[in-house]
Design a protein around this ligand. Sequence first.
Ligand SMILES: [Zn+2]
Ligand SMILES: [Zn+2]
Length: 359
Amino acid sequence: MERTMKAAVVRAFGAPLEIEDRPVPKPGPGQVLVRIRASGVCHTDLHAADGDWPVKPRLPLVPGHEGVGFVVELGEGVERLKVGDCVGIAWLHSACGVCEYCTSGWETLCKCQTNTGYSVDGTFAEYALADADYAIPIPEGSNLLEIAPILCAGVTVYNALRRTEARKGDWVAISGIGGLGHMAIQYARLMGLQVCAVDIDDEKLEFAEELGAAFAINARTVDPGEALKERIGGAHGALVTAASVRAYEQAYRMVRPGGCMVMIGLSDGELKVPIYDTVINAVTIRGSVVGSRRVMREAMEFAAHGRIKAAIHRRPLEDINRIFEELHQGTVEGRFVIDFGGPDLAYDENRIPSPMPWA
Ligand SMILES: [Zn+2]
Ligand SMILES: [Zn+2]
């Protein structure tokens, strides 16, 4: 008898997702079948379901690219994973492995990449396929619901912080304290950076200070560029997680000479910057998208054992359309995580924590 699973499926762009019984997929050569324990919900899933982007996904589609779970079946030729291993399935589903990008640590730019929950079915389902070479090992003892958002939100902010090139003791301004921003503050603190939080919502700014931001600026009442320059001479790095042109314009003025602004909030807007100031102040502006498997490994190690706490809201798969609605409204603090049931912890919680690789 054919095994079936529950999955949330996009049948038409912009229409509600349908919860369907589908056959459990069979792992092909080099693939593994993963029983999904939890899957974070990302804004990209909304854009996939609405068909917002120029390259549209093929329908029907199961979205989701922050999935964690346990390997239950191996495809032909898989040797590095075994049944029972705990893995994550992230946005980068597979890449060619041989192009200029793949061989230089920039596999996230590979032209031949496939993307989970976009060009291949994702993790809003009880089972999903992973490419064994691109499945992300989950650190022992991790809480699977809390670690799921690291697979996209976490690695995105961690990589962006690295790419500001700010060093221990330097200042970073984090603009937008939502699903990405609240994790960025925690990563920045663990990386030894000093944080200034910028948002237009006092409650979120209070939360930012609780998470370790040294100070907070409400960009609705104060010019954040001026305020930062006055107080600390400008930030060494600025991270923009908000998807608004205004936030980008403000962040550009938050960095000190020689500083770097990293863009991660997706928007179809256009940013205008003064050429004279950019040249004279040697300011860098840089885009950043998720992170390679190597960077992912670092992001995971930082997050292991609850060092990074994503503020999560557990929901069942059946709530997916309600979750999308709330994401559309943009009122959510933290991250929605779909709870498929099963053990909460990866492997054994009593094992000794693995040391951080850089310690
Ligand atoms: Zn994502
Ligand atoms: Zn490639």
